[in-house]
Write a protein that binds this ligand. Structure first.
Ligand code: TYD
Length: 133
């Protein structure tokens, strides 16, 4: 099993007027949130990610539609299918991660533990394998 990565179920208030879910930092999300970004209008068949972060941790929610997140800790690989807006995937630092199989009109919300930093990225898989050792 992949180290520490896990699906976290969020609170949900089911209501005939429409449902409501929420996240709180250091409660449902196991880090302080420094940044949020979202991925949308992904054309069919496209892949996002394909890199690792040395320090940044993430919490990924499929706010709408569905997609898969593939995590690789250098030893094991797991595929997490996200298709409900009340589940989040916690992605620890130091994971190779890729997002694919986006459904039409899917919307991925990503909460991140650090500000954007290009130097935190590892873009080359072989470099990642060396770094993780
Ligand atoms: P990137 O993280 O490389 O996306 P993906 O791995 O899904 O291809 O980001 C794409 C571009 O967006 C890149 O040029 C950097 C920019 N970007 C920011 O400026 N701030 C951010 O918080 C993020 C996530 C990306």
């Amino acid at each position: 099993m992949i180290k520490q990565a896990r699906i976290i179920e969020l609170p949900k208030f089911l209501d005939v007027r429409g449902n409501l879910s929420f996240v709180e930092e250091l409660k449902h999300v196991p880090f302080k949130i420094e940044r949020s970004y979202w991925i949308y209008d992904v054309p069919g068949g496209e892949t996002r990610g394909g890199h690792a972060y040395k320090e940044n941790q993430e919490f990924i929610v499929a706010l709408s539609g569905s997609f898969d997140v593939i995590l690789d800790d250098g030893e094991y690989t797991n595929i997490y299918s996200l298709n409900r807006s009340y589940y989040g995937l916690y992605v620890p630092k130091g994971m190779w991660r890729q997002m694919q199989n986006f459904s039409t009109n899917s919307l991925a919300l990503v909460l991140a533990s650090t500000h954007y930093s290009p130097t935190d990225y590892i873009h080359d898989y072989e470099e990642f394998k060396k770094w993780i050792k």
